[in-house]
Design a protein around this ligand. Structure first.
Ligand SMILES: Nc1ncnc2c1ncn2[C@@H]1O[C@H](COP(=O)(O)OP(=O)(O)OC[C@H]2O[C@@H]([n+]3cccc(C(=O)O)c3)[C@H](O)[C@@H]2O)[C@@H](O)[C@H]1O
Ligand SMILES: Nc1ncnc2c1ncn2[C@@H]1O[C@H](COP(=O)(O)OP(=O)(O)OP(=O)(O)O)[C@@H](O)[C@H]1O
Ligand SMILES: NC(=O)CC[C@H](N)C(=O)O
Length: 555
């Protein structure tokens, strides 16, 4: 029995599938925990495989390798004095489990299984895992410790059971991705569990980007009495060591450190920067390239890229055609100068005109329309992909959620690119965050301070400049209206009648619904980008491409 515990939480950035790399991170954490004389080290959910390994879990060899790495790490605990709580994939006679093994002195002292397998939105754990039954606490260094795994704490009965069975303290490993307000949602959830069960709960989350998900860390602990006793960093790795004593009121923390949570403006910016950085780096690239048009979307993506990689790793290219305005040329150059990035001008005039000339006999006497316009966009895509191939930089694409919602982007043209930081950000949010970034340099960002996105770019009317005097509002309603309708339709799944009842024009709502539905094929072929909202395009929103449904709540 002990009345003191030192607990280390390793808030790290594992890479999915990189079992050897993740094992190395875990070994470093174990050695740091031993150096800090910690009694217990907790790692985040499915640490050695990374969260979430998807169909890698269908490969028996992958599971074997992960379990072997787990056994290797267990052996490493010998002589450290540290009890390790290692969340890992585990196969037993009942099937494959999302589980933890608890190890001390080089031996496994317990395994515990996740009971509540999340299966909504971006989660589909039931595709792979067998759920555990309600689990017992584990006695570690004489203390009864409950180990609910992530989704387990989203349902009261798992913690209730652990505490009824004697758990004095709850240690919860998580793979919990970021979206709007999620940090506060988690905190309210843990406050509720602690109020119900009257024992402290330590919440450890992983950090880092994994394809379309961004894990924001922000690990924390709540004590009975609704006390936040520590709060780790957001969107950055952290190693949190806390001391606990057992007194009349149970276990209390004696040395917690509270880092401020990110604000509602800073969080989406940091999510985009971290998602972008990890996608590019974890896929073996160091540099990025993008078309800089003098418009807001490419300016914001350029600023995010500089924050992620530093100016020396960001290459911008202006690709003018005859409809490109003097203002666009000036604004693009001004933006590149402020960000300190390489800026080239590559004209698409001759290649577009050559294509039009060669196509003339095929097009015949049909009037000029989108076909000619889209050649400009596609020629830009050709040039940018050539630079990507030659210089080894990944091409970034810039279509925001409003544009991707209604298909206002050219497939195989400006949609070319490996990653899209704005994929889940409505246009009005892009404007808002541009203004915010001009006034702040967020934590861990490598870009300069000050007005990095020229005010003129924020103030002018958005235009694709594919024909003379074009503006986005020739084809679309004003963005505040479009964003409100798409929010109701996509994020809230409201019916046409419900959206019209919010005060929107009926014909417009019906038109947006049609555009949304017929653009599904574009989104299915679009680059991944970070999920920022509870309902993003991409992972978690599964609509058919071939779709005959029509909402007839009106008309
Ligand atoms: N269900 C389906 N499954 C597979 N393919 C399907 C399809 N429906 C159409 N298609 C194909 O898609 C083609 C139409 O799509 P697409 O070629 O993209 O052309 P489209 O969507 O007609 O035009 C692109 C739009 O994006 C706008 N825009 C906004 C901002 C920037 C830029 C820019 O380029 O810089 C462009 C531009 O003004 C225009 O309104 C059809 O010709 C057909 O081949
Ligand atoms: N003249 C251009 N030079 C370089 N890239 C361009 C040019 N025109 C378009 N692009 C690329 O195509 C993307 C889509 O164009 P779009 O007009 O939608 O965005 P934007 O110009 O950045 O912003 P806005 O919509 O406010 O004009 C741009 O973000 C940019 O990456
Ligand atoms: N990995 C999990 O079980 C995560 C599920 C949980 N609802 C979350 O978003 O945090």
């Amino acid at each position: 029995m002990t009345d003191r515990l030192r607990i280390a939480l390793a808030q790290l950035n594992p890479k999915v599938g990189d079992i050897a790399g993740n094992l190395a991170l875990a070994r470093q954490a174990l050695s740091d925990a031993a150096a800090a004389k910690a009694d217990i080290l907790l790692l985040s959910e499915l640490f050695l495989t990374g969260y979430f390994p998807d169909d890698l879990l269908f490969k028996p060899k992958f599971v074997d390798d992960a379990m072997q790495a787990a056994r290797d790490l267990v052996a490493d605990t010998a002589g450290t004095g540290v009890a390790l709580i290692l969340p890992t994939v585990w196969r037993d006679q009942t099937g494959l489990h999302n589980s933890v093994v608890v190890a001390e002195n080089g031996e496994i002292i317990a395994t515990r299984l996740k009971r509540e397998l999340p299966n909504d939105d971006v989660f589909y754990e039931r595709r792979y895992f067998v759920p555990g039954v309600l689990q017992e606490p584990v006695t570690i260094k004489g203390v009864s410790v409950g180990i609910p795994i992530c989704e387990d704490i989203w349902h009261p009965w798992v913690c209730d059971h652990l505490v009824q069975r004697g758990a004095e303290i709850l240690l919860c490993p998580n793979g919990s991705p970021y979206w709007t307000n999620k940090q506060h949602v988690r905190k309210e959830l843990v406050r509720a569990r602690v109020a119900e069960d009257r024992v402290p709960l330590l919440y450890l989350n992983q950090v880092g980007g994994q394809d379309e998900l961004v894990f924001d860390g922000a690990s924390f602990a709540i004590e009975p009495g609704d006390k936040l006793v520590f709060q780790g960093k957001s969107f950055a790795t952290d190693f949190i060591v806390s001391d606990w004593v057992d007194g009349e009121d149970g276990w209390t923390c004696t040395n917690g450190h509270v880092t401020e949570l990110t604000t509602t403006d800073e969080a989406p910016w940091l999510a985009c920067v971290l998602g972008l950085r990890d996608y590019v780096h974890k896929n073996g690239f160091k540099q990025v390239v993008l078309g800089l048009s003098g418009g807001i979307d490419s300016a914001v993506v350029a600023a995010m890229a500089v924050d992620a990689f530093g100016a020396e790793n960001v290459h911008t290219i202006m690709l003018p055609y005859r409809y490109t305005s003097e203002d666009s040329l000036k604004d693009a150059k001004d933006c590149a100068t402020r960000l300190g990035v390489r800026y080239d001008i590559v004209s698409i005039g001759d290649p577009v005109d050559a294509a039009l000339e060669q196509l003339a006999p095929v097009f015949g006497n049909r009037p000029a329309d989108l076909a000619e316009e889209n050649i400009q966009s596609r020629m830009r895509g050709v040039v940018l992909m050539a630079v990507s191939n030659k210089l080894g930089s990944m091409l970034l694409t810039t279509g925001n959620k409003s544009e991707m919602g209604v298909g206002y982007a050219t497939i195989y043209g400006d949609m070319n690119g490996g990653y899209n930081p704005l994929k889940d950000m409505f246009k009005m949010e892009v404007y808002r965050l541009a203004a915010w970034r001009n006034a702040h340099v967020p934590g861990d960002c490598l870009g300069p301070a000050g007005e990095v996105i020229p005010q003129n770019i924020i103030a002018k009317a958005p235009s694709a400049e594919l024909r003379p005097n074009q503006t986005d509002q020739d084809s679309l309603p004003p963005y505040p209206v479009l964003d409100a309708i798409l929010t109701a339709m996509v994020e809230e799944e409201k019916s046409i009648a419900e959206i019209v009842a919010l005060g929107h024009d009926e014909a417009l709502v019906q038109r947006i619904e049609r555009l949304l539905n017929i653009a599904e094929y574009k989104r299915r072929q679009a680059a991944p980008g970070p999920k920022l909202t509870p309902k993003a395009f991409g992972l978690g929103r599964k609509y058919p491409i071939t779709n005959g449904y029509k909402d007839r709540t009106i008309g």
